[in-house]
Design a protein around this ligand. Structure first.
Ligand code: SF4
Ligand code: ZN
Length: 299
């Protein structure tokens, strides 16, 4: 019938998603199953899964979809889930997302822990920005990473799942190629025993699928954008890649895979500069004094 949605390629339900690369139509149930299968397959690449799996949970759509997918897989994975939220203290933005985060955890029956900049560093991000000429996202990134590590350590979490999806991955790969900084491509690969390891279960799931997964799980909420947001280069790269993907379906996935392929081939061949221990706080960092202590003016 004209105007009616096509049927799912696997059953007789109406499709909600078209995989433009394979031409497959998927209904709500089969799209969700397909996403969960890819999440599970990524988790199973780990040698073993720990008793507790932390989930970096901002309350935004990506981490909401991730938490929902992991909760749906609870009988297939041995780990207990704990959602870890960092409250940076950004007025007019964080209140709504924190409220949404709490509701999602209640609905999914997942334990939830929140750590805030004010409690940990004595100041909210808004207060930090009053006396700083650095970019908000740089300050936020440094302090958020530490906050998440502190919270993970408090909760005995040694593995943290993050909501980065395939599109994020592809954008980062291209941005790193543009800056020709080989060290950046491998940033985060060198780790220390104090940091919890990170895993990205959505590496093979596109942003469209992640958004649909959150909507179909009845957990999507149109939340305000962070007032400090505006990583100009990433926005441009996102637009460019989305246009390219329209013309050449599969490019995004291939670009995201390229980085993993390079990492795989170079395994063991890259010498990482060992991390130092910060003289002030004792956390690992790239110099004698870590970025957090520099920001806190403790030196
Ligand atoms: Fe922090 Fe920037 Fe993200 Fe806002 S947009 S939460 S300031 S990193
Ligand atoms: Zn320090």
């Amino acid at each position: 019938m004209v105007g009616e949605r096509p049927l799912c390629s696997h059953c007789s339900s109406r499709a909600v998603f078209l995989d433009r690369e394979s031409g497959a139509h998927l209904c709500s149930r089969h799209l969700k199953e397909s996403v969960e299968e890819r999440v599970l397959s990524r988790l199973m690449q780990e040698e073993s899964l720990p008793d507790i799996l932390g989930v970096a949970f901002s309350g935004g759509k990506d981490s909401t979809a991730l938490l929902a997918a992991l909760a749906a897989l609870k009988d297939k994975i041995p780990s207990r889930l704990i959602a870890l939220t960092v409250d940076e203290g950004i007025s007019g933005y964080r209140e709504d997302t924190i409220r949404h985060a709490k509701e999602v955890c209640n609905k999914l029956g997942v334990e939830h822990r929140i750590i805030c900049f004010t409690g940990l560093f004595g100041r909210s991000l808004d207060e930090f920005m009053k006396n700083s000429n650095r970019k908000a996202c740089t300050v936020c990134g440094i302090l958020r990473r530490r906050s998440l590590e502190v919270l993970a350590e408090q909760e005995g979490v040694r593995l943290i799942a993050t909501g980065h999806n395939q599109d994020d991955h592809a954008q980062t790969t291209l941005m790193n190629a543009f800056s020709a900084d080989i060290k950046k491509v491998f940033a985060g690969s060198g780790s220390t025993s104090r940091f919890a390891r990170r895993i990205k279960p959505f590496t093979a799931v596109s942003e469209r699928e992640v958004t649909l997964y959150a909507i179909l799980s009845d957990l999507f909420m149109d939340l305000p954008e962070c007032p400090y947001a505006g990583e100009a280069l990433r926005g441009e790269v996102r637009g460019l890649l989305n246009r390219f993907e329209q013309e050449h379906p599969g490019s995004m996935r291939n670009l995201a895979r390229a980085e993993e392929g390079i990492r795989e081939r170079l395994k063991g061949k890259i010498q990482y500069t060992p991390m130092e221990t910060c003289k002030i706080c004792g956390w690992p960092g790239s110099g004698e004094i870590c970025q957090v202590c520099i920001l806190l003016d403790k030196h």
